[in-house]
Ligand binder design. Structure first.
Ligand SMILES: [Cu+2]
Length: 348
């Protein structure tokens, strides 16, 4: 019943619109058709100009409103190249935007139908076709090549002194692994994954894993020292999005991806320059990865070399977390207890 009613209402609305259109047509005939057409052309011409002016004011207003609000300057040296590319792209496309939009609306106003003018028949021009195909093609090629050069740089080999951190995405969080004293990330195998004490599935038989340090949610890196991320995923595709450093890279299960960057400012320095005491460098997952996607926030703590070493000294290799009895300190425990007992005896 409701369905019929809706159909009836739609049909009636159409009938009403049709009748109004017909009535206005009769009115224009009575007025003199040509006059009505010329008048509506004029109204449309002025509307075009109004749209152009209001639109440009709107563009200026939005630009002014958002200036400096979205992000501060790049916090990584490599991000400066991205920013430069963005500004060049905006300058080129912006110039084209203003010229084409102004001409589009101005011409619609200026060259509206007039009894004093006859339209010029201009079907084709090879030179023009060539010009407006070749110029954008060359400009776009230059932009793409500049982008590619940058891409090859940040995904290519990292500087020799780079700190290496493995980043693994999971539903819904980030796991970080540092290679430990041997500077080698040991082997891992997904069947070894154990949520209790082996979240990455490290292969303990491989000696290189035994000093690897595993942390979650917060990654520590050093100011002015390049850091290479070796990125992977434990389940679905995630993405390491680093807006402050102007970088992002997919985290794909089974296919490691890499990128490197050099942080320019410590978190503390950023707190001062942004005037935000709660400032944090954020890792935002940039892939829709499931119902907890929104909560997949990681933190990058950029610190000085001394602070980093102090932090690192406090970290325990994951091997000892999984096997506390293997830890040298714990192995010593019975001896020190016996020493204490002997000392107590002697004291008596
Ligand atoms: Cu994710």
């Amino acid at each position: 019943m409701t369905g019929y009613l809706i159909v009836a209402v739609i049909v009636l609305v159409f009938v009403v619109i049709f009748q109004i259109a017909k009535a206005s047509e009769y009115v224009s005939v009575l007025k003199g058709e040509k006059k009505a057409k010329a008048q509506s052309n004029r109204v449309n011409g002025f509307l075009m100009i109004a749209f152009l002016i209001l639109g440009l004011i709107g563009v200026y207003y939005c630009n002014d409103l958002l200036k400096g609000r979205i992000l501060q300057e790049s916090a990584s040296k490599e991000g400066e190249g991205i920013d430069r590319l963005l500004y060049i792209t905006i300058a080129i496309t912006g110039a084209v935007f203003f010229v084409t939009q102004i001409l589009l609306f101005w011409f619609a106003f200026k060259y509206q139908e007039s009894p004093k003018r006859k339209a010029f028949y201009f079907p084709h021009n090879n030179k023009l076709e060539l010009l407006w195909t070749a110029v954008p093609a060359i400009v776009l090629t230059v932009l793409v090549v500049m982008g590619l050069m940058h891409w090859f740089r940040i995904t290519g080999e990292a500087p020799k002194d780079a700190l290496v951190v493995e980043v693994t995405g999971k539903q819904f969080g980030w796991i970080f692994r540092y290679p430990g004293k041997d500077d080698v990330l040991g082997k891992k195998y997904f069947r070894n994954i154990d949520p209790a004490n082996n979240s990455l599935g490290l292969t303990w038989e491989d000696k290189a894993t035994q000093d690897d340090i595993v942390t979650e949610q917060t990654m520590y890196v050093i100011k002015n020292r390049p850091v290479q991320l070796i990125i992977g995923s434990r389940d679905v595709i995630h993405d390491v999005g680093l807006p402050h450093f102007r970088l992002k890279m997919d985290a794909v299960p089974g296919i490691p991806t890499t990128m490197w960057f050099t942080p320019k400012y410590t978190t503390e320095e950023m707190k001062k320059t942004t005037g935000n005491p709660n400032f944090q460098y954020e890792i935002a997952c940039d892939q829709m990865c499931g119902n907890g996607h929104y909560s997949m926030k990681g933190i990058i703590q950029v610190v000085t070399a001394e602070e980093y070493n102090a932090w690192l000294a406090k970290q325990k290799p994951q091997y000892y977390v999984a096997f506390p009895d293997k830890e040298p300190v714990n192995k010593m425990q019975p001896i020190s207890d016996s020493v204490k007992a002997t000392a107590a005896l002697v004291a008596r």
